[in-house]
Design a protein around this ligand. Structure first.
Ligand SMILES: [Zn+2]
Ligand SMILES: [Zn+2]
Length: 141
């Protein structure tokens, strides 16, 4: 299969438990749609220790033109990751394949890591609030 951007052969690769194909030139990633979320979550875990999540994430401009599916050659359809317009991915509906440009994966990972961080902070805050509750009174949650 060829990279829809550079037309060079995609190399099969394993990112942890997620099997994918990656372009050695542009570092774009081809992954089956059901592997998309595990891939993002895994990248988020890696990124969380490496980057400052508080920094603003630039929205990723989608590349001009539609990419062709590396497997069947049909034009892929653009869709927003998690319904967001900030990251537009390309997907082949017949092969259930998703093409991710390299900066798109980083942006998705940062967004996902932030969500996890927010949930943990909220839980910590709530635990602290519950600890302040007077003994003998019914506690919430
Ligand atoms: Zn490429
Ligand atoms: Zn296809």
């Amino acid at each position: 299969m060829l990279c829809p951007r550079c037309k060079v052969s995609l190399a099969p690769s394993t990112d942890g438990p997620v099997e994918l194909h990656r372009c050695p030139v542009c570092e774009g990633t081809l992954v089956s749609q059901r592997r998309l979320i595990p891939l993002v979550e895994q990248s988020a875990e890696l990124l969380a220790s490496q980057v400052d999540l508080a920094q603003p994430v630039p929205s990723v401009p989608d590349r001009a033109g539609t990419a062709a599916c590396p497997k069947c050659g049909d034009p892929m359809v653009t869709f927003g990751y998690m319904g967001m317009a900030s990251v537009m991915l390309d997907r082949c509906a017949s092969d259930w394949l998703v093409w991710i440009d390299s900066d798109e994966l980083i942006t998705m990972a940062v967004l996902s890591a932030r969500t996890t961080q927010r949930i943990e902070e909220r839980q910590k805050f709530w635990d602290a609030e519950k600890a302040k509750w007077p003994a003998g009174t019914p506690r919430p949650g």
